[in-house]
Design a protein around this ligand. Sequence first.
Ligand SMILES: Cc1ncc(COP(=O)(O)O)c(C=O)c1O
Length: 390
Amino acid sequence: MINYGKHFVDKEDLDAVNFTLKYNFLTQGDQVKKFEKNIKNFFGGKYCLAVNSGTSALHLALKSLSLKKNSLVLTTPITFIATANSVLYNNHKLDLIDIDLKNYCLDLNLLEKYLIQKKNLVKAVIFVDYAGNTLDWDKIFFLKKKYNFFTINDNCHALGAKYKNDIKYAVKYADLVTHSYHPVKLITTGEGGSVLTDNKSFYDKIFSLRSHGIIRNPLLEKKFGRWFYEVNKLGYNYRLSDIASSLGNSQIKKAKKFLKKRGEIAKIYDYNFKGIEGIIIPKKNESVNHAYHLYVLLIDFNYFKISKKNFFQKLLKKGINLQVHYVPIYNHKLYQSRFKFNKKKYPQSEKFFNQAVSLPVFYELKLNQQKYVINEIKKILKINGHKKKI
Ligand SMILES: Cc1ncc(COP(=O)(O)O)c(C=O)c1O
């Protein structure tokens, strides 16, 4: 079966994990600190906090803003459920801004209209650099200054993307940046994530919250002993283990190689699907180097006179398992019942949802497998006369 995504683990990774299992602490040891340092070196930021998932990263990033209960937080409808869930974990109010079909990310013009309308009510916006494309972060920075809200970049898809030729862009623009190291992401720790920030106060809060809310004060430890700690706020156990961190330390050495391969795969898809009526390939802004966490085609199934369901089933029979990223947040019952979202407010997300298909992108995807995927899609859609040399 050819899946849309898959991790890649080699002998170096296995050796790194084995070494930790044999000789290191399994948790709360040096491998975690080393991983945080490696992440900072690669992706930028003064502070990095490794946590046990991208979801925990979002939960704590939003919590570190210390907003009042029921604060208004915005995000895009086209994201993984975890982005929206982080707003509920923090007991805030969620609203959604439709996407821009130019980059499939939250539409910044609609956002500005919303900010004007709601005056000072919007306290934070969680942006998602969808699929590995990046938003116009200069514009976001301008809006943030003008309308005064916090920015979180749910950067889970865009590990390795460049904005204005800078791989360290995310933490330069957003107050907080969150990563996921789930197996389909650029690099993996099995499950895992991190928060990056330049802000010491956010760092201190997350540092404590990820480990039960524990605070260690050197002066008090001196007075009472090294065993002494205080807890003032409710925290969690969101720590990343040293086992997972050692896998991350080995994986990050391969991040550039992984990125390059993703770019090559995307180029081949672009070449083969560009200019076909009824199909739209991912668009890119000149200032962006896309990380291609996902390669999303928009297919006009009405034009091709086939249902999306039928298309997926036919491919599945051929051993190709595609995905849809994502069911819009407003469609889920949890969010419907809580916020009474009206689908009609999200025409671009609806169009996107009806047409979006994520094709396989992963390091070990072989050229002959990719050719097979392309040819099977073209056969099912009855696309003739587009026999390009791959
Ligand atoms: C955009 C986005 N946000 C958040 C997450 C949550 O990350 P995790 O699965 O590591 O909890 C994911 C992971 O799939 C994601 O794609």
